[in-house]
Design a protein around this ligand. Structure first.
Ligand code: NAG
Ligand code: NAG
Length: 308
């Protein structure tokens, strides 16, 4: 059904739509040439984002020494962060835990709104459901041992993964979940992009499913973990892109879902022109979009009006 009424019924049960959802940005840890961002680079990133938000999300702690560099930048810029731990192989996971144990006690957790263990790990089949749930529990115990047991832990995955019974064990151990949804990668025409994201399927379905598993548990946090629209590059099926379509996605999809009280991390803050071309679910190589998901240019200028 074609249905704002559907969304209305659904989201009105999710608590009052009075509070606007949080806006945050997904943040890369490298420059276009692949070199790592320093503390100062993160401070410049935060200064550019400050008029719009004070919250970002990252994907790894040990790669590029990101945790070491970003924690002091968060303090000086008064930003908050959703940290990410990359869990997919043993040695990388061990390096992530080691970075967490070394740097969190130095800076504390006041700027940390949670930690995701993996991003689209189940979608890519990098880990089984049980292995990911075990990794989440491992991080929980490590944090508790550091005296930071109150930090919320969970994962991020694609909306079509987080609506399946098979992933219940991961949902059950998570204090927060991030759901990723890209109308672009679903090949939606610009006329249907916001409708697909907000109303029909993606976010509404996964939020309903997750809440059916979590029941009455209080203190559980739901976020859109990644969404956005590229400002240039090739079309994917009916999904075309240019600057005005990206600006329209911001207004209709991102502002739209926030008005329902849903927290959103936008993918992504700044263009990453060094990224290779992407391959769709269906194996189609799509040229020219991966470097252009930024809401801001690589020079940290907003590409379009971000007022909701
Ligand atoms: C939540 O708890 C209330 C009170 O205990 C109960 O009536 C209600 O059925 C519960 N709802 C869910 C979804 O578990
Ligand atoms: C963007 O694409 C749309 C749909 O194809 C088109 O109507 C519009 O004129 C384009 N805008 C720009 C700035 O190229």
């Amino acid at each position: 059904m074609r249905a704002s009424t559907f969304a209305l019924a659904l989201f009105s049960s999710l608590g009052s739509a009075s509070a606007v959802g949080l806006l945050g940005f997904c943040l890369g840890a490298t420059h276009a040439d692949g070199t790592c961002k320093s503390q100062n680079d993160f401070e410049l990133d935060f200064a550019a984002l400050k008029p719009y938000t004070n919250t970002v999300r990252i994907y790894s702690l040990s790669d590029c020494n990101t945790l070491q560099n970003i924690l002091p930048a968060l303090k000086t810029s008064e930003f908050k962060i959703l940290l990410g731990i990359w869990p997919t192989d043993d040695s990388h996971f061990a390096a992530e835990i080691a970075a967490m144990k070394k740097y969190l006690p130095m800076y504390g957790v006041n700027n940390i709104i949670g930690i995701t263990i993996g991003s689209e790990v189940l979608y890519r089949k990098d880990l089984t459901v049980d292995a990911l749930a075990a990794r989440i529990n491992t991080v929980k115990s490590s944090l508790a041992a550091l005296g930071f047991g109150g930090v919320k832990i969970g994962t991020a995955d694609s909306w079509n993964i987080l609506i399946t019974d098979a992933v219940r064990p991961v949902i059950e151990v998570s204090d927060l979940l991030l759901v990723n949804a890209f109308s672009y990668w679903q090949g939606e025409a610009p006329a249907d992009m916001a409708h697909s994201f907000v109303d029909v399927s993606d976010i509404a379905q996964s939020k309903t499913f997750i809440e059916s598993v979590k029941g009455n548990s209080t203190g559980f946090d739901f976020y859109v973990g990644e969404t956005g629209w590229p400002s240039e590059g090739a079309a994917f099926q009916s999904a075309t892109c240019n600057l005005s379509i990206a600006a329209s996605y911001w207004q209709t999809a991102i502002c739209g879902i926030r008005k329902w009280g849903i927290n959103v991390f936008v993918f992504e803050a700044f263009d990453e022109p060094g990224k290779p071309s992407a391959t769709s679910d269906t194996g189609v190589q799509v040229e020219g979009v991966e470097g252009h998901w930024g809401v801001f240019t690589v020079d940290r200028k907003a590409k379009y009006n971000l007022t909701c």
